[in-house]
Design a protein around this ligand. Structure first.
Ligand SMILES: Nc1nc2c(ncn2[C@@H]2O[C@H](COP(=O)(O)O)[C@@H](O)[C@H]2O)c(=O)[nH]1
Ligand SMILES: [Zn+2]
Length: 911
């Protein structure tokens, strides 16, 4: 522009007005673009021309990643989804689908995007939320679509993930009959939070955001940058398009509670806060009081966390594609980290992670302890989520054990000049069939770390097995004989096994020896302390572990916001070994015996219970009441922490210094400068085949099974097409649909997709899924069929021919297909003669059913608690809510400054 103006000036002596105006516009545009706030959402105004679609234009600039390989979905396809959603939006799910929607077996892949939107609508309506909170159906639909439109096209953290989380939340609410207990408002908060909890997720996590110093990390000062962003986007959606504002008719009090609640819940999904939240929750379980808002707060945070990581509670054919997507996202991030010279996040590193190792670690150390804590309070959820997760862990342990056995066998073979890796039970991919196939195999349950292989017990030298507790071994033994998902609910105490992480297995079963996991990952992935090295000495090379996401994420949070409204500098754990021990022992010690008091003085309540160490000297990473910050001054560094008998204080001090330096400095030259100059990685999302698994690149029965099960990702609509063909669309355009969406509904057509008789007569051979169903149902004890191997390359979603043939089959025989899906879920509901097929497509009126909608239309279902006024304060709890002036600072101790980040959230740090 400047050049142009200069030329014009020299040519004609003046700059014409039109050019001046143009310049102003360019300036305004530049300002908009440079302010990331303006870029978070797609502007409604930009595309309002097209059928009143709320928002479908491409955002110009990302705020969530420097080198971002992912993007939004194509605006045209989003618009199409909107139009289709509007077409079907007055339909409703039939009874069979509704029931399925309350199960962990629900398969989101079976539905198109617009169908999922319809199902989300159903969830709101079924819970009576629109009528209770004055949400008209057009507003609800517009909101749901805006949410859809603000998810990115990333492998895992996409709209379908948010759907799954919301659906699991719905299932838990129904199963445990939570609504009367927690109240309508909290239910509203929970469902909405689930739907919004990963909005605009870039596919790269907080660790990347912080290390790469992205706009988000800068904006949120490294404090849960993504979760803060998800919250921010949530409320921007509502602010920027009042027609989508589902909170518009809330009273000011309720609005405040909802806003606080949604923020609280979404922020709780940061895995860096996992231990803190779990520890606090465990504290209150024995005294849980549904009348106590602080307890409800914490329960909600746990519920959303559980829903968020609940994929492994789903049947194998649902869970595994999600794991593949997650690893795809992980690997893409670690590839980018490598290319950008950033610390490589160990649990995301394709060179170090296998599916079984990843899942053993995650389920054993992160997921199951959380689920079981929830199960302690809500035993109703055992069947729904806890037992399936135990089985998943059992399965992955077996895989891990088998892989270890195989490696051992190979090394023995190699040492003795032995030959082939194949034969006598070994598979091409390094798995030992005997261990996988034989549920009675003792290989995963051998006491004292013994492995059986070919009848010989190989004694493992390492400490990993010795770190299993007796109870763990007992459980593993008992479960190695388990043949059914119908777990007897016996005396199971989950004590995680130490998964093997030090080696990964490639497609041929070749193992890649990894270096010390922590060694490569500076700054925030490293345990740099010498003392720690010595602490690790008793971990043999096979017992080496990859730190979990929680551990790495905790470290990534320089400031850890506590739910008490203050924040604390996290004490770095004293070492992997101690962490493991504390996990192994902590639960046993804390729940009943009260031995976990070693690190609190005066019986401090908050925190620490999960990580209560086996040894008094170990550290809890959870903040303790009364001593929430670590004083960094030299003189105080010599003093023991007030609330912790800290035998390692000085080393922790040095570690902390080291750690905080590294944190703030990023990788690179050791002086805080990342090595620049690297070209953008330009790493497109890896195809599925790049997710390393215990076995890759080979077709297998399982792969076929999975292929048939994870249907129609070619547009996500394959399966639904059968239904859509039947329903045919209402024929109304989107605006008509919007207009007609009040509680009375318009004259929607009624269409029962198939009759109960048809369902009852379905035969197993009718579809590829039926094959899946048959085979998986015949192997109840494990989540996998005997001999099933992992084959990632075979799992590419949406791969043509099978999906196509299924699609055409579905158009003929969708009812049977659906029935088989139901049959096929291990642990899923048995098909009932009352099942009514896919969807019935009916208006509220024609079904004579409550269809919430316009104000006062339709009452809430179920027994609902008192008026939804239970919304507790943000960050409340045991938990004093503090009113602060945002931005204010005060010195809170020698070398410490407290800065108020947001209402109720203060951050204390060394100055
Ligand atoms: N290794 C695994 N990690 C998992 C699995 N399911 C979830 N996760 C991790 O948890 C977080 C949840 O947070 P989100 O709000 O970002 O979704 C997710 O990012 C994963 O990293 C799993 O099955 N295995
Ligand atoms: Zn999530």
């Amino acid at each position: 522009m400047e050049n142009l103006e200069q030329q014009l000036r020299s040519a004609s002596g003046e700059v014409p007005d039109v050019v001046k105006e143009l310049r102003q516009e360019v300036e305004a545009l530049r300002n908009r673009l440079q302010n990331p706030e303006n870029l978070t959402l797609r502007k409604t105004s930009q595309d309002s021309s097209a059928s009143n679609t709320p928002s479908t234009s491409k955002r110009k600039k990302r705020v969530t990643g420097k080198h971002q390989p992912y993007g939004r979905r194509d605006p045209d396809s989003a618009r199409q989804v909107y139009n289709k959603f509007m077409e079907i939006s007055e339909g409703s799910a039939c009874e069979g689908v509704r029931k399925w929607l309350r199960q962990a077996t629900f398969e989101s892949d079976a539905w198109s995007d617009e169908e999922l939107l319809l199902l989300l609508q159903h969830i709101y309506v079924d819970l009576g939320l629109p009528s209770r909170f004055g949400i008209s159906m057009p507003v609800l639909r517009r909101f749901l679509f805006a949410v859809y439109d603000n998810y990115n096209d990333v492998p895992f953290h996409n709209f379908r993930h948010c759907f799954c989380v919301a659906q699991m939340m719905y299932a838990m609410i129904c199963k445990a009959e939570l609504m009367p207990r927690i109240g309508e408002l909290e239910t509203f908060i929970l469902i909405t939070s689930c739907i919004c909890h990963d909005l605009d997720h870039p596919g790269y996590n907080n660790i990347y955001q912080i290390n790469a110093r992205t706009e988000l990390a800068l904006r949120y000062n490294d404090i849960s940058p993504l979760e803060n962003h998800h919250c921010s986007v949530t409320f921007r959606i509502l602010e920027e398009d009042p027609e989508s504002d589902i909170f518009a008719n809330l009273s000011p009090t309720d609005y405040r509670k909802v806003r606080e609640g949604v923020i609280r819940c979404i922020l709780a999904t940061d895995m860096a806060r996992h231990n803190e939240i779990l520890a606090q929750f465990r504290e209150i379980i024995p005294i849980f009081d549904y009348e106590n808002p602080a307890h409800i707060n914490l329960l909600s945070m746990v519920l959303i966390k559980v829903a968020d990581i609940s994929n492994e509670a789903r049947p194998m054919n649902v869970a595994e594609p999600w794991l593949d997507r997650l690893l795809q996202e992980f690997f893409s991030q670690s590839d980018a980290e490598k290319m950008e010279g950033l610390p490589v996040t160990p649990f995301m590193d394709r060179d170090k992670v296998t599916k079984p190792s990843s899942q053993c670690s995650f389920i054993g150390y992160v997921l199951l302890p959380l689920f079981e804590a929830l199960g302690d309070l809500l035993p109703e959820l055992d069947d729904l989520i806890i037992i399936p997760v135990r089985e998943a862990l059992d399965y992955y342990r077996r895989l891990n054990e088998a892989a270890k056995d195989e490696r051992h066998r190979r090394s023995v073979d190699a040492a003795s000049g032995g030959g082939s890796c194949k034969g006598d039970g070994g598979t091409e991919d390094g798995m030992t069939h005997s261990a996988l196939l034989d549920p009675n195999s003792t290989s995963s349950a051998a006491p004292s770390g013994g492995h059986t292989y070919g009848g010989n017990v190989l004694t493992k030298s390492g400490s990993a097995h010795s770190m299993r507790s007796k109870r763990s071994l007992q459980w593993m033994r008992s479960h190695s004989h388990s043949h059914s998902r119908s777990y007897d609910g016996g005396d199971y105490e989950p004590v995680p096994q130490i998964p093997e992480k030090s080696r990964s297995i490639d497609a041929t079963g070749e193992e890649t020896l990894t270096e010390g996991i922590l060694a490569e990952n500076r700054p925030i992935n490293e345990e740099a302390d010498e003392e720690e090295s010595s602490e690790e000495e008793d971990v043999d090379e096979e017992g080496e572990e990859t730190v979990t996401e929680v551990e790495v994420s905790e470290k990534a949070l320089k400031f850890k916001i506590s739910t008490e409204g203050s924040s604390t500098i996290v004490l770095p754990p004293t070492g992997v070994r101690k962490r493991r021990e504390s996990r192994v022992e902590g639960r046993v010690k804390t729940d009943d015996e009260g031995e976990g008091e070693t690190n609190t003085s005066g019986g401090g309540k908050a925190g620490g219970t999960q990580d209560v160490p086996a040894e008094p000297s170990s550290q809890s990473t959870a903040p303790q009441d009364g001593d929430r910050t670590l004083d960094l001054t030299e003189e105080n560094s010599q003093q023991p922490c007030r609330s912790q008998k800290n035998h390692h204080h000085s080393s922790i001090m040095s570690r902390l210094r080291h750690f905080t330096e590294r944190l703030s400095l990023g990788g690179g030259d050791g002086h805080g400068r990342r090595e620049g100059g690297l070209s953008p990685p330009n790493t497109p999302p890896r195809p599925h085949s790049d997710c390393s698994g215990a076995s890759r690149g080979r077709a297998s029965p399982l792969a076929m099974q999975r292929k048939t099960a994870s249907l129609g990702r070619e547009g996500h609509g394959k399966v639904g097409r059968g239904w859509r063909a039947l329903v045919g669309g209402k024929g109304g355009n989107s605006s008509a649909a919007e207009g007609g969406g009040d509680s009375t509904g318009s004259t929607g057509s009624f269409l029962a997709a198939c009759s109960p008789e048809e369902l009852g007569n379905g035969t197993a051979g009718a579809s590829p899924s039926a094959a899946s169903s048959t085979s998986s149902s015949s192997v109840q004890p494990l989540r996998r069929k005997k001999g099933q191997e992992r084959d990632v390359e075979e799992e590419i979603p949406g791969e043509g021919s099978l999906a196509r043939s299924l699609d055409s089959m579905l158009q003929r025989d969708h009812c049977k297909w659906w029935q088989h899906q139901k049959i096929g879920r291990s642990g899923g509901p048995s098909p009932s003669s009352k099942q009514r097929g896919f969807f019935s497509f009916s208006s509220a009126r024609s079904r004579g059913e409550k269809q919430a909608g316009g104000r006062g239309g339709g009452e809430a279902r179920g027994s609902i608690g008192s008026g939804g006024s239970k919304g507790p304060p943000l960050l409340g709890g045991s938990i004093r809510r503090r009113k602060h002036n945002i931005g204010s600072q005060k010195v809170t101790g020698p070398g410490k400054v407290s800065v108020v980040l947001a209402d109720g959230v203060a951050c204390e740090s060394a100055n």
